[in-house]
Every structure is written in C-alpha cells, then in structure tokens.
Design a binder for this molecule. Structure first.
Ligand code: ZN
Length: 667
C-alpha cells in the first residue's frame, strides 16, 4: 500500500506538470475549441485498465456508484421501510455472496436450460421461444409490450429482430479486420459458455453450425440505419396473418405460451417481417442440436454477469476485452450494479437501485432549478420555430402544439413499481435476476388491454444520462442533475452550457429526422406539409453528409445516417440552450465572473468540458460501427463551428477551423 503511494505521488506530480504544459500549449479557441478547453485534462488523464472510456459522464457515474454502494452496504432487509428497499437489500446481499455464486453454477437457470436441453421435436420451439421471452432473453425474437406508436393510448405486443452474438448484423459477413476479429472472438465466447455449462468443450463442427445459423439470422436482419425508420418497422398482424407470411412456425402457439391476460388484443405489431420469416424457416429446417446450442448460448450470454467466475470471465473476454478494449474487469461491486441495473438503467430490477440512490442523494434543488431551465429552453424553441424561414405557418403551428404537449420527467418517478409477486433470496443472484425478469415481463404483459400509464419511468434515476421517450416526453434522471451538468453554486452560464445543453438536445430529439414523424401525443402521425417535409429532408441530408465526411479514426468514418438524429439534436440543442441563457440573463444580469469570462464564453467552455473524454481504440471503433452518437470531440467541434454565437464569443474569423464556411441549421 505504502509503496504504491510512494510511486503514485511523483507520477501524479509529473502528470500535473504535463497538464500545465499541455494547457499552455493548447490550441487557440478558434482553431480547436475541444482541445483549447481540455488540453490539460487530456494530457493528465490516464485511462485505467478496467475502463473503455472516461470523461465527465463516466466520472459522475463513478461518484453516483460510490453513493449507491455506500447506501446499499448500510441497507438491511429486515429494517427497510419499503418493498423496493427490502428487495434491494436482498438482491445486493446475493450479489456480494461470491461463495454462493461459485457453489450454484448455473443451477438457478435450470428452469430455462433444462427445457432447452430437452428440445427434441420442432413443435416445442414456439413455447421455448415464449418461455425465453418471458425471461427477457431474445432468442432470436425480441418480444415486449410498449405503447402502440400508432395510438399511444393503448399498449401493444411487439415482435422484432434480435438474438445475435455479434454486435452488428454486418459483422457476420464483413471482410474487414474488425469484423473478422469479432467473429473469432464470438466463436471463442460461444465455446467458453457451452464449455462452462456442459463441462465439455464443443467440437469445431458444432461451432461452425452455430456460426452459420447466426449468420443466416444476421442476413435476414434489417441494417441498423433502416431501423431508424419507424413506419418501415411497423407491421400490424394477428397470429393467422403472420402465419400466412411465415408459415413454418406456429405463431398462435408462441403467443399462447406468452401467457398474456385474457383482455389482451389479438392484434400485435411486427417490426421486421423478413426476420420473422427467416426464423420460421430456421425452425422448420435447422437441426435441433443447433437450436439447442443457440438457445443455451443466448440464455448464458444474457445471465453470465450474474453467474460464477467462469461465466463472468468469458463475458468479460468478449464484451469487455474484445468489444471495448478493456485490459482488466471493472471492480466487482461495479459489475454487480451493472448486472442488476443494466448499463442504461433499464434492466428489470434497475429501479431497486434507483430507489436506494434517491433515498441517499436526491438532488432536490437541482431538480427544481433544472425544471425552470426546461421552461426557458422550451420558450427559446418556440421563438426559433416561429422564426424559421423555411417552414410554412401551418407546420409551425403543429410544431408549437407538439412542443406545448411535451411532458417532463425529472429526478425520480413519483411512485416505484409494485413489487407484488417478486421473490428475492439473499444467496441466489442468478435466480433473483431470472425471477426479476419474469416478474417484469408479467407486469408488462399485464398492461395489454389497459390504458397507457404516462407517469411510468423506463430508466432508473441513478443513471447519468437523459432520454427523449416515445410519448413525447423528456426524462432527466437524478443521476445527471449534478456537476458539471448542474451545480447550484455555479452561474446560469455554466448550467445552461451543461444540463441546459442536454435539455435542448432532448427537446430537439422530438424534432429530429425520426422524432418529427410523431405528434404531440407521441403517435406516428405526419403533421408536415409535403413542401416543409422536403425542405427538412434537404437540410437533414446536409447534416448527414457533413458528419459522414469526418474520419474519426484512420479508416473509420462517422456513419452520417446512423448518427443523424443525434447530430440534429446536438446542432439544435446548443442553439436553443444558448438562446435560453440570453433570456435568463435578461431577467437576472450576471455579476462578472472571477475567471474574467463572459457568460457566453462560460457557456461554451462548460459544454466542451462536459464532452471531454478518452476512449480505447476498440471502444471507439465499436461506437463508430454501432452507436447512434458521434464521438464526443465532434459533438463539440461541429455544432460550435455552425453557431454564430460561439464565433462572436471568441471573436473567430472566417477561415478559422471553428467557423463553418456555410453555417448549417435545421432548427
Ligand atoms: Zn440523444
């Protein structure tokens, strides 16, 4: 311990010196604003072996994590005052009981794995798929309940494509080095899971057959960019009509085995009919041994983080090392929080953690003031819509009505889920996760035939993120309402440049190329005149080309179509957050800042600080191939280069890299 400290001290001094030098040599604001603000941080920050990325979001997530862990450690299942806290204490106890994890192996998953091992006839397949769907294992069809995008007053069952071991459909056939590396790693992972399950390694022929099976599913999958088109991914069906299109599978038997409530409508929605048709063909033709391996791998992949060391190690090698470039696993306690809550806080039991977090550290002042920021930013959006030169009055009125109807969720839900029926045990983590998934599925299936509950949260409040949900709503969990996003001690300029920019981004999401297709109730309903829609598409195409021209890593460009919605939201979000800051300053003029920056400068500086980040190369490649967000550096550089207020604030001149030749605005 002491020797580590002795080693660390000179190292950190050296890093500080490095940072000071880097900052003194930082690029000028009008050359590279991201580097200008973050040079010292970029020089000083080392990516720990167990991280694929670090930055403001990640640092705050670590702080929330510490709060959560301390609160979980002091929680007692006997004394907890609510059902949620009792279950949280019990599930956390099971996550910390490593001996029990090792002892049990995959025993807790027997309710799923035994029926898979017993698969002998093809007519067993529909019920098996339904059983796995109830355990929230998409194998290979993702089955869930959501508000119907065509009528958000009611819930509908939705069936969509899923179930690939590879991160993207194109990885199954890609000839580039990354795709080949991923395929080899996926094969090793499948072998490791099957070995840990059966105590015997599968032979090459079995692995070949499994890879070929998944490659056929991949080929039948819709590419990621096309999944962004909500109309192209909406196909109402009943079991009989789906059977007419995909005759080899008994869809009625599958629906029956989901155990939906009596009142559930017969109609459901299929996302990608070609994929379901391919699944039906596989059900009729693929050897059942391949199906057994495939289904078991899907179960083990989904539950590996809650199983013993052999499974956790295999999961780390593939999901951590290969895909994100990690050199070491994250601390165990952190992995357990992720196993329970999921990375985006939407795992079945995530809100157990949210309740603990909110009890320990609800940022009440931040939630109240952020809600005030929301109304300023919405007002700035109103002004902007009214002034758009390319939009007709008729469409403007519809846009304003949608903006007025937008609802806000901030901090935490008003009430927690009803945990009736959930059974948790202090020595059975995998069992808790499985029963949690089954409990959550039963709750969602039970929604069918009932009116939509618009107060429900789809993410847990401990998460550092923000969301623009399908019901024309925007959500800001308690987890993000903290520095550097929101700081009660900071001035308006910093807060508008932090959480304000995030709020602006989420509002614009409901007006991005995808979001604009939905109305004020969140229904897929075209409210645009054909001319206005054409004018919008023309602008969107320019945004796509602009980002698509960026080579973020040698040989890896940003996918302009995949990231289009995020980029439109970044471009517009920055504008309306800045406009809103001006409104706020007009009401309460700001006293001069100690650092001598103008409010406008402080706004842009905090935005650049919020996005500072370091990535492992593997993680960046993965993001560029599969994620809808542009790399953080370009989320600063491009929107600012297209913002007149930025150029004024730092007196940038035409010809400077931070001044776009032709400024692009959508909103
Ligand atoms: Zn976004």
């Amino acid at each position: 311990m002491t020797s580590t400290k002795r080693l660390l001290l000179p190292l950190s001094l050296a890093l500080l010196a490095l940072g000071a030098r880097a900052q003194s040599e930082a690029p000028a604001a009008c050359q590279d604003f991201y580097g200008h603000v973050n040079a010292a941080w970029l020089a000083q920050t080392e990516l720990p072996a167990s991280r694929s990325r670090t930055g403001s979001f990640d640092e705050l997530a670590r702080r929330n994590e510490a709060v959560l862990q301390a609160a979980l450690a002091s929680l007692s299942a006997q004394q907890a005052p609510t059902a949620g806290l009792r279950h949280a204490a019990t599930v956390w106890a099971s996550a910390t009981d490593e001996a029990a994890l090792e002892r049990q192996g995959v025993a807790a998953l027997a309710p799923l794995l035994q029926p898979i091992a017993a698969l002998r006839t093809r007519d067993q397949l529909p019920a098996l798929m339904a059983m796995l769907a109830r355990a929230q294992v998409a194998a290979p069809i993702a089955i869930g309940v959501r508000p119907d995008p065509m009528d958000t007053r009611r819930y509908t069952l939705m069936l969509g494509q899923a179930g690939l071991t590879l991160p993207d459909r194109d990885d199954a056939t890609g000839t580039d080095a990354t795709a080949q590396r991923l395929r080899e790693a996926a094969r090793r992972y499948q072998a490791a899971l099957l070995t840990a399950w059966q105590g015997q390694a599968p032979d090459a022929a079995r692995l070949d057959a499994l890879a070929a099976f998944e490659a056929r599913l991949a080929q039948a999958s819709t590419p990621r960019t096309q999944l962004r088109d909500p109309r192209a991914n909406y196909h109402p069906h009943v079991a009989a009509s789906l059977r007419a299109q995909a005759p080899e599978l008994d869809w009625a038997a599958l629906i029956q085995a989901l155990k939906l409530p009596e009142r559930a409508p017969a109609r459901f929605v299929v996302g990608q009919p070609e994929f379901l048709a391919a699944v039906a063909r596989e059900a009729a033709n693929t050897e059942l041994g391949v199906w057994r391996d495939y289904l078991a791998v899907r179960v083990l992949d989904a539950y590996a983080p809650g199983l013993n060391r052999a499974f956790q190690q295999a999961h780390f090698e593939y999901h951590g090392k290969t895909q994100r470039g990690l050199q070491a696993p994250a601390p165990r306690s952190e992995r357990m929080v992720e196993a329970i809550g999921g990375r985006y806080g939407n795992a079945p039991l995530a809100q157990l953690l949210g309740e603990v977090f909110v009890q320990a550290a609800f940022p009440a002042e931040a939630a109240k003031r952020s809600a005030e920021l929301v109304s300023d930013i919405k007002e700035a959006m109103r002004v902007r819509v009214r002034g758009l030169p390319w939009m007709s009055e008729a469409t403007k009125q519809k846009a304003l009505a949608k903006l007025d109807a937008m609802s806000l969720k901030i901090g935490a839900p008003a009430r927690w889920p009803d945990y009736t029926g959930l059974v948790t045990r202090p020595d059975d983590l995998a069992g808790n996760l499985l029963r949690g998934a089954q409990w959550a599925s039963a709750q969602r299936f039970n929604d069918l035939g009932r009116p939509v509950d618009r107060t429900r949260w789809f993410t847990s409040p401990h998460i550092v993120n923000a969301f623009a949900g399908g019901l024309n709503e925007i959500t800001f969990p308690a987890g993000i309402l903290q520095p550097p996003f929101f700081d009660a001690q900071a001035d308006d300029a910093s807060n508008f440049g932090g959480i304000g920019m995030v709020i602006g981004h989420e509002i614009i999401h409901h007006f991005d190329d995808r979001g604009r297709q939905f109305d004020g109730q969140g229904n897929l309903n075209d409210w645009w005149t054909p001319q206005d829609a054409a004018a919008y598409r023309e602008r969107a195409a320019k945004v796509s080309a602009l980002y698509g021209g960026v080579e973020a890593l040698p040989g890896h460009r940003i996918n302009g179509d995949l990231t289009l919605g995020e980029n439109i939201s970044d471009l517009g979000g920055l504008q309306i957050a800045f406009d809103a800051l001006q409104r706020s300053l007009a009401r309460h003029p700001a006293p001069p800042r100690a650092d001598g920056r103008t409010p406008a400068q402080a706004f842009f500086v905090n935005q650049a600080l919020v996005w500072r980040s370091k990535y492992r190369t593997e993680a960046m490649i993965q993001q560029l191939r599969t994620d809808s967000h542009s790399p953080p550096r370009y989320r600063v550089l491009i929107p600012m280069a297209h913002t007149e207020a930025f150029q004024k604030a730092f007196q940038c001149q035409a010809g400077d890299p931070m001044v776009a030749e032709a400024r692009l605005t959508v909103w």
